[in-house]
Design a protein around this ligand. Sequence first.
Ligand SMILES: Cc1cc2nc3c(=O)[nH]c(=O)nc-3n(C[C@H](O)[C@H](O)[C@H](O)COP(=O)(O)OP(=O)(O)OC[C@H]3O[C@@H](n4cnc5c(N)ncnc54)[C@H](O)[C@@H]3O)c2cc1C
Length: 293
Amino acid sequence: MKASAFAYARATSVANVLELLSAYGERAKVLSGGQSLLPAMNLRLIAPELVVDIGELGELRGIAVKGSVITIGALTRHADLLKSSEIAAHAPLLKDAVAHVAHPAIRNRGTIGGSLAQADPASELPACMLTLGATIVVCGPGGERRIAAREFFSGIYETALTPQDLLVAVELPVTPRTSTHFFHEFARRHGDYAIVGLAAQAVVTDGRFADLRLGFFAVGDRPLLAMSASRLVGVSITPAVLSEACTALDAELDPPEDQQATSAMRRHLAKVLLTRCVSSLLARPDLCAGASA
Ligand SMILES: Cc1cc2nc3c(=O)[nH]c(=O)nc-3n(C[C@H](O)[C@H](O)[C@H](O)COP(=O)(O)OP(=O)(O)OC[C@H]3O[C@@H](n4cnc5c(N)ncnc54)[C@H](O)[C@@H]3O)c2cc1C
């Protein structure tokens, strides 16, 4: 199938985008890498009257580190993140995660702004934003808004963006040198959307977690920053403590059932990931060996 007829505008500036989005509202769609928008249009799941191509807005592309903040422009492509020495040095979790987003051809076009605006609950990058404590920078008719990642994702393909808003950048705190991370997802093939995934970051001191952030994806209608992580912080981790954390995690999940997996399968896999994550971050293979998950 091919998309319904639509008008096309190549935006000349952020102000020009906002003008067009204000005029058209829900009848317009922003085009970044097109890797989600164009398939949806071709399948006629959506039929915008106007497509606003922001691809020429160079000011929205790039990665800059200033002090303790990394700013990533919305048009920065997945492939740029993957090869960036700044991301490797200051947000290594993100680098590991991007390697699991689709395939090279898609990573060469798809952008971080597009991925976050799309808000697919099975996507890697939204969960990373929660784990890393990102701020999403948005321009709209009322000016600039800065939205904490935990407030940004509101449902399946739903975010705090209004039809008049443009996501312009993402800000991440530089990962402390004492941090360590874990990224893993279960997928049918490398590059497929995850069945369940976990992006975690931690500070480990004397064999205990001083800090632990667990960003799960494909376990509900939006990425989940698991509160059950707090049960593992500051305590000696035994199989019993880990098992209690798995039970607490289970209560936080609301996994969908689809052709990839049942809800029960996703619950099981999330607990397997939590166990592997804790075992890996603490370098305690005994925790995996003893796990019933
Ligand atoms: C075969 C295939 C496999 C894939 N596998 C994965 C995967 O494993 N993991 C994964 O995370 N993704 C996957 N994707 C999606 C891919 O990562 C997309 O690149 C990404 O979801 C959207 O980025 P984009 O730049 O292409 O956005 P677009 O397709 O251009 O836009 C997506 C949506 O976001 C809106 N939008 C885009 N930019 C902005 C902005 N700056 N401000 C406001 N709204 C905006 C658009 O209007 C549209 O609604 C896959 C895609 C394909 C085709």
